[in-house]
Design a protein around this ligand. Sequence first.
Ligand code: AMP
Ligand code: ZN
Length: 112
Amino acid sequence: MPEDCVFCKIVAGEIPATSVYADQHSYAFADTNPQAPTHVLVVPRKHLQDLPDLAGDPAAGAGLLAGIRGVAEQLRLSDFRTVFNTGAGVGQSVFHVHAHVLAGRPMTWPPG
Ligand code: AMP
Ligand code: ZN
């Protein structure tokens, strides 16, 4: 794992996080700067940089989708938005791929 990766450190239990869901492939925890009443990040346990990187690892990709479903079931979410920021130009700030799961307020489309 890259030594400076904050999400690898969360997965390893070296940085505290509010756990929402965990399984073999993925880990989900509350975002510390929530943009909605529910704002959860779902990450693969394996360090992969971004969505294209994730797509190159089918087991991790399927595992992350299962993790998103797990969060929705755990929190009983029927309506939620899932966002992957890919690249600094659209706001990716942590380069360990993660799905934002947002819910609990009205949301507009297109996103900003
Ligand atoms: P992004 O900008 O798409 O890369 O999303 C990174 C997200 O990680 C942001 O929403 C941050 O608020 C969140 N974040 C950064 N550090 C932590 C942390 N230690 N625990 C939980 N969420 C974090
Ligand atoms: Zn990482």
